[in-house]
Design a protein around this ligand. Structure first.
Ligand code: EPZ
Length: 423
């Protein structure tokens, strides 16, 4: 298993370009199941989650050619409608094949994803919505078994604006008879990106990005192949937020490009509240160099456009070396503080009480051997190691490889003393 060795402290400079969004790419790859044709994707992010999802599509019968730089997916050959446990258990997002399989083939058997490091992460909102669209669903030996005579449009109010449930139901609605209205829908930019992808194949989806999404279903028999391909997936707002925080941790001037600043408005607002200054362009954000310390603030994670839970660990790390007290409340997942014990071992002063983390800013961090536990917690450890004095060894970085393409190269290019070694 590889590890990262980071020698701090560091000053960064220059420009880093983020990759295509992992959390937009996954549902868009799932959506390729809906359209029995060849679809071409360019510049897919080189992430283990993406490679893994392509394996799932292959297990369903899709023919893949090329590589992530130019990925050709032939979806006509998909005939299998079972997503096996040994594949699904490794990645929760695999549940996103359920809606498209059910919509196109009128049946699907997908292993329940099970929990993961950050929480139980059930799929009840997905299943309730599909049942309202005419699916018969049972849970058999750890699998969701779904069949239908043909999905029908329905008016669905989500109990919680679940990102995955919104995406699954949007995809299910494509070949459902009639109109589907999803209320209390998730509003993340990745939802809008999925809708834009679906609409280029003749689907009619309106309202994506708002709390009410309307999908006009069609008959798959009327489907006309289209040569629309090479869809440009949005830049990764979470990766962008992570690099901006790396710049602020090291008080550096760095340009983060390839992302729409509007997609991380709540992150930029909070960082500005801490005293950070940015300049923005159409597809970049640039930090200004500074010498004083930023100041502590309070933040609560919330569904988009609120502060994203996927940036909670990273901003807590910045708070850990800012002036004064900060408070982080995590409202989306029940166990998303696993970065805290490792940050404390590097010298941070953080106390947990249920969903709340109380942080007191400290002047210095010390290097340490640390262990990654989940994707975004791992990013927090990298950020801390950038400023900690000495050589930090970050173990189990396969967690990082799930969501950060070429992390060590991108940090090295910004001037960080970082290397990947075989552990
Ligand atoms: C997506 O996960 C993202 N993953 C997550 O990013 C992100 O943290 C999350 O949305 C919230 O923004 C992808 O897009 C692939 P949810 P998802 O359904 O869809 C509960 C990362 O780091 N819930 O919005 O699984 C659930 O337990 C990953 O890139 C139900 O109770 O998130 C959780 O507490 C981590 N029942 C909350 O809702 C359901 O049926 C949010 O879940 C569905 C969800």
């Amino acid at each position: 298993m590889d590890k990262l060795v980071i020698t701090g402290p560091n000053t960064l400079s220059g420009e880093v370009r983020v990759s295509a969004s992992k959390n937009a790419t996954l549902p868009i790859l799932a959506a390729s199941i809906l359209f029995p044709q060849k679809i071409v994707f360019n510049h897919l992010p080189k992430l283990s989650d993406i490679k893994f999802f392509l394996e799932i599509l292959k297990s369903l019968g899709a023919e893949l050619q090329g590589d992530l730089e130019r990925q050709v997916i032939e979806s006509q050959t998909i005939t299998h409608t079972v997503a096996d446990y040994d594949l699904v258990r490794k990645m929760r997002a695999s549940i996103l094949v359920l809606g498209p399989l059910l919509s196109r083939f009128k049946k699907a058997k997908v292993s329940l994803p099970g929990g993961c490091a950050i929480g139980s992460r059930p799929v009840d909102i997905h299943l309730t919505g599909l049942e309202q669209m005419g699916a018969e669903i049972s849970i058999e030996k750890g699998y969701v078994v779904a069949t239908t005579q043909g999905l029908k449009g329905a008016e669905i109010s989500l109990a919680f604006p679940s990102v995955g449930a919104t995406e699954n139901l949007m995809m299910a609605a494509v070949w459902a008879k009639g109109k589907t209205v999803i209320k209390n829908a998730a509003r993340e930019p990745e939802i809008e990106d999925l809708a834009n992808f679906l609409n280029q194949f003749g689907t009619t989806i309106e309202g994506a990005g708002s709390e009410t999404i309307v999908i006009e279903g069609r008959e798959i028999e009327d489907y006309q192949k289209s040569d629309k391909s090479d869809y440009q997936i949005i830049g990764d707002r979470i990766e962008a937020s992570t690099y901006l925080i790396a710049a602020l941790m090291t008080k550096s001037k760095v340009r983060v490009s390839g992302v729409n600043p509007k997609h991380l408005r709540s992150v930029l607002d909070l960082l500005r509240e801490m005293g950070a200054k940015f300049s923005e362009g159409e597809d970049y954000i640039e930090t200004e160099r500074f010498s004083h310390n930023l100041k502590g603030v309070e933040v609560e994670t919330a569904p988009y456009p609120g502060f994203p839970t996927d940036v909670q660990a990273q901003v807590m790390t910045l708070m850990g070396i800012s002036q004064g007290n900060s408070l982080v409340s995590e409202h989306i997942f029940e166990n998303r503080f696993m970065h805290v014990p490792e940050l404390v071992r590097m010298g941070m002063d953080i106390r947990l009480e249920g969903k709340k983390a109380y942080i007191k800013g400290v002047e210095h961090l010390s290097c340490a051997p640390v262990m990654c536990t989940d994707l975004r917690a791992s990013a927090a450890l990298v950020l801390a190691a950038l400023v900690a004095e000495g050589e930090s060894h970050i173990n189990r970085i396969y967690h990082l490889d799930r969501g950060y393409e070429n992390l060590e190269q991108k940090l090295h290019q910004l001037g960080a003393k970082v290397k990947r070694v075989k552990a």
